[in-house]
Design a protein. Structure first.
Length: 382
C-alpha cells in the first residue's frame, strides 16, 4: 500500500479558488460549520487516482474529445455526454448557448471575491431566461440527492443571478449510480434567490473561528481531519461502546429500543468503523514492511498466486498431456467474461445489459440462481 503524500503547499484548486470558499466543499462545510477551520490547519493529501481520473474525464468532456481516454474512462464520459444530451432534449434546451468549465464568483459591493463555483457546463436560453445546469459525477461515490445538494443548488443560484434567470433545471449526471443516470430538480427564481441568500449566510459562518463541529456521513466521509477531530473520535468511541453492549446483550434488546432512523445511523457508523479499521491495519502492514519487529506477535506473510501467461498455449498443453476429457472437466466457464466478450460486439449487443440477457437466454437450461446471504445496502445518501 502506498500512502498519499501530504503537504502544506496549495493545490491547483486552492489557487484557482483564491483560498476562498468554493461550492464543491459546501455539502460538507455547511453540515459541519467547524470543518473548514480545522482542515485549514492540516496538510493536504495529493490527488488520488480517482481524482486524477475525474480530472481527465472533465477535461475530455470540455474539449468534446474522448480519444485520449482509457476504455473505462471513455465509457464513463460517453454516458455523461449521453445523459446531458438527453436532458437537453427532454427539457427543450436545443440551440441554447453552452459554456463549459467556468468558475464564477460572488462578490461584494466593491467587487471583491467572496466565494466561487466551478460549473461543469451550463446551457442558457436568453429569450426564455432559462438555465440548464448539469453537474458531472464521474466517480462511484453517491453525492447527496439533488434536492439537498448544496454544490449544485448554490452554483445554479449564482448563475441565475448573473443571467437574471427565471428558471434553472439542475441535474446530477452520474453514470455509476445504481438507480438512474441522472437526478433532476427544477427551481424557480424565488427558490434560487432563497438558496443564494442561505448560501451567502453560510459562507460567512464557515469562515469564522471556533464553530461547532458536527460529525455525520456526508461531512466526515472524505474529511482529512477525522483522525484529530474530537467530535468524530467521540462518535467512534460511542460506536465501540455500542458494539461491546451488543455483544454483552446477546440479542436484539438494544436494537429494538432504537427508532428506524437511529438504527440507520448506527449501521452507517458501523460500516464507517470497519472501513477505518481496515485502513489502520493497512498502515500496520506498511510499518511491518519497513521493520520486521514493528508489530509484536505478528509476522508478515504473503500468498503466492499462480496465473497462466498464455491461456491458448496452456489449453493445448493440457489437451496433449491429459486428453480432451480432462481438459473440458478442468475448464470453468465465466459468465461475466462471456458477457464482456459479447458486449464488445456493439452492433449485436449495444449495451452490457443486452449482452447479459443474451447469455441468460442461451444458457437458461443449465443456469441456476442462488440467493446470497442478506446484507444491508444504503438506499440513498442523506
Amino acid at each position: 500500500m502506498r500512502r498519499k503524500r501530504r503537504t502544506f503547499k496549495p493545490n491547483a484548486h486552492d489557487i484557482e479558488a483564491e483560498f476562498l470558499p468554493s461550492a464543491s466543499g459546501f455539502d460538507s462545510e455547511f453540515r459541519c460549520l467547524g470543518k473548514r477551520a480545522l482542515c485549514a490547519r492540516l496538510p493536504k493529501e495529493e490527488d488520488s487516482a480517482i481524482q486524477a481520473r475525474g480530472h481527465r474525464i472533465h477535461e475530455a468532456l470540455k474539449e468534446s474529445d474522448l480519444s485520449g481516454l482509457p476504455e473505462s474512462e471513455e465509457r464513463t464520459a460517453s454516458r455523461i455526454m449521453y445523459g446531458e444530451a438527453k436532458l437537453v432534449h427532454d427539457y427543450d434546451f436545443e440551440g441554447a448557448h453552452v459554456t463549459f468549465e467556468e468558475r464564477i464568483w460572488d462578490t461584494d459591493e466593491d467587487f471583491n471575491h467572496l466565494w466561487s463555483a466551478r460549473i461543469d457546463s451550463h446551457h442558457w436560453q436568453p429569450n426564455e431566461r432559462r438555465l440548464l445546469v448539469p453537474d458531472y459525477k464521474s466517480g462511484w461515490a453517491l453525492p447527496p440527492p439533488i434536492e439537498i445538494n448544496w454544490q449544485v443548488r448554490s452554483s445554479a443560484a449564482l448563475l441565475a443571478e448573473r443571467y437574471d434567470a427565471l428558471e434553472a433545471v439542475c441535474a446530477l449526471v452520474h453514470p455509476h449510480h445504481a438507480d438512474s443516470l441522472y437526478e433532476v430538480a427544477v427551481f424557480t427564481r424565488q427558490d434560487l434567490q432563497a438558496i443564494l441568500d442561505t448560501t451567502r449566510q453560510n459562507v460567512q459562518v464557515i469562515q469564522q473561528p471556533n464553530n461547532p463541529r458536527t460529525p455525520g456521513g456526508i461531512q466526515c466521509q472524505w474529511c482529512v481531519a477525522k483522525r484529530v477531530c474530537p467530535e468524530y473520535k467521540a462518535l467512534q468511541a460511542q460506536t465501540e461502546q455500542e458494539i461491546a453492549d451488543e455483544i454483552e446483550d446477546y440479542g436484539f434488546t438494544a436494537l429494538i429500543r432504537r427508532t428506524p432512523k437511529q438504527r440507520g445511523d448506527h449501521v452507517r457508523r458501523l460500516k464507517e468503523y470497519m472501513a477505518n479499521a481496515k485502513a489502520l491495519i493497512d498502515q500496520y502492514v506498511e510499518l511491518a514492511i519497513k521493520n520486521d519487529d514493528a508489530v509484536d506477535g505478528y509476522t508478515l506473510a504473503r500468498k503466492m498466486t499462480r496465473s497462466i501467461t498464455n491461456e491458448a498455449q496452456a489449453l493445448e498443453i493440457v489437451r496433449r498431456s491429459f486428453g480432451d476429457d480432462v481438459l473440458y472437466e478442468a475448464l470453468h466457464l465465466s459468465l461475466v467474461d462471456l458477457e464482456k466478450l459479447l458486449a464488445k460486439n456493439k452492433k449485436a449487443y449495444p449495451t452490457a445489459k443486452e449482452a447479459k440477457a443474451a447469455v441468460q437466454r442461451a444458457l437458461s437450461p443449465v443456469l441456476r440462481f442462488t440467493k446470497s446471504e442478506s446484507y444491508l445496502r444504503e438506499a440513498r445518501s442523506i
